[in-house]
Design a binder for this molecule. Sequence first.
Ligand code: TXA
Ligand code: MG
Length: 315
Amino acid sequence: MIASATPANIESAAERLLAGELVVMPTETVYGLAGDATNATAVARIFEAKGRPHFNPLIAHVLTLADAEAHGVLPAKARELAEQFWPGPLTLVVERRAHSPVAELACAGLSTIALRVPAHPVARALLEAVGRPLAAPSANRSGSLSPTRAEHAAEDLAASVSFVLDGGPCRLGLESTIVAIDPQSHATLLRAGAISREEIEALIGPLAAAQAGAISAPGMLTSHYAPRAALRLNAHAAEAGEVLLGFGASSPEMLRATLNLSPSGDLVEAAAHLYAFLRDLDAANPGVIAVAPIPNYGLGEAINDRLARAAAPRS
Ligand code: TXA
Ligand code: MG
């Protein structure tokens, strides 16, 4: 059931969470499939509902920086980033505190924990009402598109989740940026996301790239974020049997695109539209979705990362 985010429905969602049930909640990035992070059974239900491999750890969402520090040890650079970008679309992976009540399963047995302080008022009201950290991956079945509207999550998870809090379309439409900070304050970009690399590097200096084959980064399964149709990237026009997902207005073909992520060439607008537009195009069952070239700076890095995964060969 989709419930509007009234105080009474937020209260009802909190009661369900405290009883170990799952609830879909809006965040400023994408909708999250939330469960009580301190309840291992609830966390297991999340993996089951997503059909997600158990080794993929979850983000613990908390209300404040002080709450985050109860679960993880934030080195200086992590604290600087937190002060600048929280509440907001940044996830920090840091050493987990031994006495954190967050279930081991949520961290997939790692010695680190992923922490985020969301900005969406409904997510915050829910965290306040629950009074516990919420584990929340994107509210989609593993491997499919992340939901940016309540109806998307409700469709995808109809079989496993009975309560979807509707907070309207997600403002950003792209998952949080994930940065790991080790105890020596060495910073690595694990997932490009709604905050650009440039914004982060302006504050703490260069970010290392995640090593292939090394742990743990996000959405590292090759085929991920995939619509049903095949994708053809860096396309300048649609060929027979294709629909075109355009960007910008540099050619007549872009202006005739089936959908255009941002006719004005704005990467923030493009990020906010990405998943919803892929979903809309996919719904018409095209053979192939051709996608215009997206510049690879700012949020374009995250958009291109998602597109490359969506275009990867499927198993
Ligand atoms: O914007 C977001 O981050 C959304 C909203 C709901 O908050 N959540 C989200 O969660 O995207 P999820 O589970 O779809 O992606 C989280 C990623 C996972 O792919 C996981 O690999 C990575 O975070 N992650 C979590 N804990 C980690 C850890 N300890 N070390 C490395 N990566 C970790
Ligand atoms: Mg996800």
